[in-house]
Design a protein around this ligand. Sequence first.
Ligand code: C2E
Ligand code: CA
Ligand code: CA
Length: 735
Amino acid sequence: MALNLSERLGRSRRSKQSSAVVARKTTPSQVLVQIEEVGVGSYWATDADGQLIYLSSRAIQSLGEGAKALIGSDITTIFGEVDLDDRDQVATRPLGFSLVSKSKIDDHIVKITLPTSPEGDKCTTRWWRISGRPYHDHEGSFGGYRGNCTDITGEFQQQQDINRQSQYDELTGLANRRRLNGRLKTLLSSFQASGRSAALMMLDLDRFKAVNDTMGHPAGDELLKQVADRLRSLVKDRGEVGRLGGDEFQIILPDMDDRGELGELAGRIIQMISQPYSINGRRAIIGTSVGIAIAPFDGLESDDLNGAVDLALYAAKEGGRGTFRFYTAQLKEEASKGALLQEDLHDALEQGELVLNYQPLVDPNTNIVKCFEALMRWTTAEGVAISPSVFIPVAEQSDLIIKLGNWALGQACRDAAKWPDDIRIAVNVSAKQFMNADFCRCVAKALKNSGLAPERLELEITESVFVGEVGSVDTTFKALKDMGVRLALDDFGTGYSSLGYLKRAPFDKIKIDQSFVRGCTLSGDTNPAIISAIVALAGALNMQTVAEGVEAMDELELVKQRGADLVQGYIFSKALSQKEVVTKFEQGELTFEPSGPARYRSDRQTVFRKIGLIHEDHYYDVMLRNISKSGARIEGLDNVPSGTQAVLDLGSGQLAVCTVENTGKGSQGVSFEVPLVSDGADGLVTTRRISPYTLAEAGMPLSALGPGAYTMPKQIAGKVGLPKFVQLPIGSEAA
Ligand code: C2E
Ligand code: CA
Ligand code: CA
């Protein structure tokens, strides 16, 4: 196609006065023709419909021969916007805006992709900086654009490389903090417009420092690379993985808000990261904790979301070994409580606020007790009982745990020395305490001072001691075995589940974690198979097995049948005081009779919380009395027939569709249509939440919604119509 500027622009000859200074006898169009012939300028032009009608020869040269085929195409399809990743190199206003409003175009960078093969399967990409002016004919009607262009491909690509480098982590090749922040900001603002959601996960490696310290920095670097590979292969194209620095990673997951799915993904990440690593022929094991926050529910802006995910991660770490945690509004309060706890705990031992209680481990075939586990109890001066699952992790943050642990060791040995000779005592030992150089000496001292026979003492340690470098662990094991003490592997299957060390470490006993036992009798559950496998494995390695946390008769039957040697759980007894234990023995009693519910019911938590029930056009206040994954009990309504469909408003946008299963005076049991999921700790949450965007549509300004703290306003539940049920006074009103 021959293109001649003067032909194409013929109509412009009679146009308004040209401002250019042109020598006599040479018309402006002749000058243009000459410029074109000399080949110095690059020009383009469109017609009124936005179709490309002209490219100067130099412009064609820049694109290659294929460029001629562009003539006649819409320029919005030719002049593409640069990729999102390269946006910070260019002006942000899209070209389309200028074209639609027929306004001028100044130095806009566009991306032109052209096929280089006839089949169109190979392409070349060039970047141009273009400027253009709308052209109006003498009658003033718009006649298209006239513009020039500069090929900036070289400098653009160079800039792109520099940008890439500043956006990616050199060591792992993952996105760096800068890129993650940028991505999150852009994503959230564009998602806000379209009402979409996005999840943010934050990971912190557990005990990475130990690897770094004991195996050296190059090994630490290698470990980080392997962690990055594992994360990439898990997340795939569902989101972007990045490294914030150190041993902190972040994952942005667009369009993910299902807490069931997110919890599963987090669980898989934890499991995958906890598999052993081979680094220059040496093995290392680490773990990870994961915090999760979801926009728009937990925060609309990236700062809010980052703050929320930090808190969630902090809570996950507090929760101990390899766990995940969703952000909830309560986390903020809990965080400040933890700090206070640490102060009080320091004095607790001196003030005599700590005691040990003893829970029996029973042979399920004879009901005879074989051992007791020492469990620490803390009652503060104000009389508040604080659970060890709360204060032990706090103590583990400092060396306080060593002091507490050694005290427990001494006290337990002294107490056990007063029991019959064939009854053992099991004492929990924290990883930090175990690693402490002084540990073996403390054990020896506890035995000597109490006169307890070494084979009566059993030390319960968790898989977390196998983290980092393993040499010193082996030495400690050997020293303890030489002393004649027994070793038990606690909470087996929860943390760094790797069977490798089982072969090497001289354990006498494996404790199957409660999470495999609880609910193992539910149909379709795979836990019975896991229990069988652990029992078989332990048998092959000449170790005993203990099933922990047995509460119901059917669970007892199952673990017995699957071959567990010992059973520990509420089914036989909770932890007893030393006085109770001694009294029992003085009466010559060695057995515990099992007693408990016939069948396991999914964990029911007792609560006393005001929530809402939505039925047809009415919003009722009800009191939540207990809640499990599958259902809840509520109080405060009368005349509610069984089979009624309703929605429970559990707060923070959590709506659960439910059916009334049984109904009594002022109280109903309901079952959920979609089961609740764990929040990573003991809490239960709905998989999805009603979006603040929906609330905004219903007239509530987004800015009025605090992060994660918004509640379902009654007016959105429906116009308050005539109630079908009788609302009774609830809570303090009832009193
Ligand atoms: P653990 O070592 O796994 O101890 C067993 C926990 O399960 C105890 O909780 C026990 O009361 C609970 N348990 C036993 N049977 C059942 C049951 O049938 N159902 C349910 N739901 N729970 C049952 P506890 O006493 O709250 O201790 C929690 C954790 O705190 C312990 O878990 C242990 O990791 C830690 N801990 C307790 N005492 C000490 C200590 O002296 N030193 C150290 N380092 N840790 C301790
Ligand atoms: Ca234990
Ligand atoms: Ca345990």
